[in-house]
Design a binder for this molecule. Structure first.
Ligand code: C5P
Length: 283
């Protein structure tokens, strides 16, 4: 028997850090939404009692460093499962990109194993397990659009966002989330308007949504990778309604209400970067 789960990427419409906590994590406030760029994760039972990761990606680690591996190990240990599992990850989401690809694979692994091993866990229970794998995993367990707070584990679902087109540009550099948070300084932080974003989604106000995007980590990553700023400027020049870095970067996303505009942004950026995607927000 095998189970396949879709593992969509996420973008941060907002990302705010309120303060650094005593446990070293940052207290966050973010609006996240899933986009239609997804990995596919298939879990299937194998006879030998071990966890085997297979993937079409040449660069993904296949051992304990892999989030899906960590998710399977956690499930096996928590529920004392003594059969083996093979996890096939069909990778489409860029790695170390700020799109939660690894976290989404972990979430899909947890959901898949919940079915494969007939554990009958609710999504809320799966999300609590996910928190142990990584801060973005609880959101990825549910997907869609949510206000995410705490370390990343408190998820308040929001309604659908006004549907639009999303152009994703992944510069060649990889970024470590830990490093970006470590150098974040709270002096002169410009906090995004999270309440405005939540309101915009509630009112289905696309223009207000594009005006409320913001990410406190953006300037930190831009300082190290100035190309991000140049890509943002190009996106806006080509007609994007908004352009922002997602998560700790380096991926930048552009929002466009019209497909023709999104195509223009896509084509314009394709000349500068290899990894450019034109996707929809997920319903
Ligand atoms: O939870 P996760 O392992 O994905 O986080 C990676 C790193 O990002 C953490 O080690 C921490 O440095 C930083 N982080 C943080 N505050 C959060 C989430 C992540 O400082 N809420």
């Amino acid at each position: 028997m095998e189970v396949t789960e879709k593992a969509p990427a996420k973008i941060n419409l907002t990302l705010d850090a309120l303060y650094k906590r005593e446990d070293g994590y940052h207290e966050l406030e973010m609006v996240m939404t899933s986009v239609d760029l997804a990995d596919r994760v298939t879990v299937r039972s194998i006879e030998e009692n071990k966890i085997v990761i297979r993937t079409n990606s040449g660069v993904l680690p296949l051992d304990r460093r892999n989030h899906a591996y960590q998710a399977a190990r956690l499930m096996k240990k928590t529920f004392e499962i003594d059969t083996g599992v093979e996890i096939m990850i069909e990778k489409n989401i860029p790695i170390a990109a700020g799109l939660a690809g690894g976290s989404s694979d972990a979430a899909a692994t947890l959901r898949g194993l919940n079915k494969l091993w007939k554990l009958n866990l609710s999504l809320d229970e799966v999300a609590v397990l996910g928190e142990q794998v990584g801060s973005d995993v609880p959101f990825c367990v549910y997907g869609r659009t949510a206000l995410v707070t705490g370390r990343g584990e408190k998820i308040q679902p929001l309604g659908e966002i006004p549907q639009c087109w999303v152009v994703l540009v992944k510069p060649r550099v990889g970024v470590s989330t830990g490093t970006v948070f470590n150098v974040l300084s709270f002096d002169d932080l410009v906090h995004p308007d999270t309440a405005g974003m939540v309101q915009a989604i509630k009112e289905q106000d696309y223009v207000k949504m594009t005006q409320s995007v913001g990410n406190v980590l953006e300037h930190v990553t831009i300082e190290r990778h100035p190309d991000i700023e140049r890509i943002k400027t190009k996106m806006l020049t080509f007609g994007a309604d908004a352009a922002l870095m997602s998560g700790s970067g380096p991926t930048i996303f552009a929002l466009c209400s019209k497909y023709s505009r999104a195509q223009r942004v896509y084509n314009g950026l394709k000349g500068f970067c290899k990894e450019v995607y034109l996707v929809r927000t997920l319903k």
